[in-house]
Design a binder for this molecule. Structure first.
Ligand code: KG4
Ligand code: ZN
Length: 333
């Protein structure tokens, strides 16, 4: 089954061609990072405009790169949420028009399910599994008993971990997006600031990152007021250690309580080198599945991977009136 998948939920315009939910024939990703950099974060209106400007070209490029004809496409899949509504609607409109014009079935896919199915491209999801889903908009621990069966064990009460990375990087004057910049700078520093580890001692799966963020803000404020020459690398390392400590502690707790066959770490923050290292070092006697970096951050191949299993479960859909749902939950797949 050849699936054309479309992803425009935030600041990446992406179209992929995926065969049988696994074989990525093409995965074209146009990032808008350099456009939003000067604002220190994604500006939704600008994101929508850039998606509109480039989406047709990205469709063309993905089909060309996959070396297929339009007649070979069996299914069109598009991210229906969660995400920025204006950005989602560009992908939905483009996918709907394309599917309708060529009389191809159309299926709406949950972006978070896409992140999870990134783990089924180069390896296989094995059930039951526990997934740590960490991105710019979400931080969730998820239990899956089978394909497309999602149960949220716990999530963040405030900021998503990627959002905290981006905000802390902005406070430190590092730029956008903050995750990769802090990841790099932290390698040159040490965990000297001993930041708070929220909810670390609690026997549940809730997260909170706004406290760590405020702690960093206070440190910067006081250091600058005292005109201290503090080490930004140490602050980056301290922030990263605190975050990774909490994420891995909670992941371990879920592993102990749910005894999964596989542990999956996905989403943009799964690209973090320290998180990858600590997960691999700490979680014993379980198969660990962390996708390749290019499938961690937003891309359409992961949407195509999820679409195959959504199709097997839901059957053929020609939902040419698909709506964008900005706050779609993983459980409302
Ligand atoms: O999954 P994603 O591409 O988009 C959302 O669905 O949100 O995740 C983007 C987030 C951003 O907050 C970015 O700073 C973070 O992932 N990120 C990282 C790294 N690479 C990207 N965070 C920490 N370390 C990284 N290496
Ligand atoms: Zn994402």
């Amino acid at each position: 089954m050849i699936i054309l998948a479309v992803e425009t939920s935030c600041d990446e315009t992406s179209v992929a061609i995926v065969k049988d939910g696994k074989e990525v024939l093409s995965n074209v990703v146009l990032s808008q990072i350099n456009i939003h950099q000067k604002y220190g974060g994604v500006v939704p209106e600008i994101a929508s405009r850039y998606h509109i400007r480039h989406i047709s070209l990205i469709f063309k490029e993905a089909i060309k790169e996959a070396n297929i004809s339009i007649g070979e496409i069996d299914l069109v899949a598009v991210t229906k949420g969660p995400g920025l509504i204006g950005a989602l609607l560009v992908g939905i409109n483009a996918a709907t028009t394309f599917a309708f014009a060529h009389n191809i079935p159309l299926i709406g896919i949950n972006h978070l399910a896409g992140h999870i199915y990134a783990g089924n491209i180069d390896s296989d999801l094995k059930f039951p599994l526990v997934a740590l889903l960490v991105s710019g908009g979400h931080t969730e621990l998820v239990y899956m008993s089978d394909h497309m069966e999602f149960k949220i064990l716990g999530e963040t009460l405030d900021d998503a971990v990627g959002e905290a990375y981006d905000k802390v990087a902005r406070m430190m004057g590092l730029g956008y997006p903050g995750g990769p910049l802090i990841d790099k700078l932290a390698k040159e520093g040490k965990d000297t600031f001993n930041l708070t580890r929220p909810y670390l001692d609690k026997d549940d799966y809730k997260f909170s990152f706004s406290g760590i963020k405020s702690a960093v803000n206070n440190i910067i404020y006081h250091q600058e007021r005292l005109k201290n020459d503090y080490s930004k690398a140490d602050l980056a390392a301290s922030f990263q250690e605190a975050v990774v400590d909490v994420l891995v502690y909670k992941l371990n707790l879920a592993v102990e309580n749910f005894n999964p066959k596989q542990v999956l770490v996905v989403g943009g923050v799964a690209a973090n080198s320290r998180l990858r290292e600590v997960v691999l070092k700490t979680i014993k006697n379980r198969e660990i599945n962390i996708p390749d970096l290019k499938y961690c951050t937003d891309n359409a191949a992961m949407i195509g991977a999820a679409a195959y299993y959504a199709y097997l479960k839901r059957g053929e859909e020609k939902d040419y009136q698909l709506a964008g749902i900005p706050d779609l939950s993983l459980e409302e797949n």
